[in-house]
Design a protein around this ligand. Structure first.
Ligand code: URA
Length: 217
């Protein structure tokens, strides 16, 4: 796996990461979602430098200019519901992308801390020979990401896999490195050392889905 730790070089991205982690600023759900969208845009710009381009003649009112335009077909896939703001940010940049939505959740038998990943809804285009960009804001254990990737393979084998994530754990990054194809690119804004016994990243930011969309039952 090729890991791009996008905040390693200081940039305005760091301000957005600091704001989504800050428990006071987190009270503003609109700001939380907007910051995640903005991070999706910044990371997508970096990712776009690794894609394939072709020449296309563009006619202006005054002449013709050959320009390099994206040649890859991109499918953006997100896990509901926490992935939605990040998905929208990425889609602002890859605005011709096709889109896939998957519902996956942690199933805790007997209310224990142990869980398995249940994937029960997939709406996706064909992904054969396309560039699959899997979007997941919190790469905690990595189990849902891998479960979703494996389900998506029923709809074709992508030419290349990119993962976009905002905050990861070392454990989650190691897990996906082992399970996903070797030439996968992981674009991660930041990562932390620890997971708690409920599988949350520490210090992380809390529950990204609740912060974006409110608490659920
Ligand atoms: N999902 C979240 O929203 N936060 C975590 O820390 C881990 C998974």
């Amino acid at each position: 796996m090729i890991i791009h730790h996008v905040s390693k070089q200081n940039s305005i991205l760091n301000k957005f990461i600091a704001e989504i982690r800050d428990e006071n600023i987190q009270k503003d759900a609109l700001r939380f979602r907007t910051n995640i969208e903005r991070m999706g845009e910044i990371i997508s710009y970096e990712l776009s430098k690794t894609l394939n381009y072709k020449s296309k003649d563009i006619t202006t009112p005054l002449g013709v200019k050959p320009m390099k335009v994206l040649d890859d077909k991109v499918v953006l896939a997100s896990i509901l519901r926490a992935g939605l703001p990040l998905h929208m940010g990425v889609l602002h940049i890859f605005d011709d992308a096709e889109n896939a939505f998957i519902s996956a959740y942690r199933f805790h038998p007997d209310n224990s801390d142990e869980f398995s990943i249940q994937v029960d809804y997939i709406a996706t285009p064909a992904i054969q020979d396309k560039v699959l960009v899997l979007v997941d804001p919190m790469l905690a254990t990595g189990q849902s990401l891998v479960a979703v990737y494996e389900k998506l393979l029923q709809f074709g084998k992508p030419k290349k896999l990119h993962i976009i994530s905002i905050i990861g754990s070392k454990q989650g990054m190691d897990f996906v490195s082992q399970k996903l194809p070797e030439d996968t690119h992981l674009w991660i804004a930041d990562f932390d050392e620890k997971l708690n016994d409920k599988g949350y990243i520490v210090p992380g930011l809390g529950d990204a889905g609740d912060l974006a969309y409110g608490k659920k039952l």
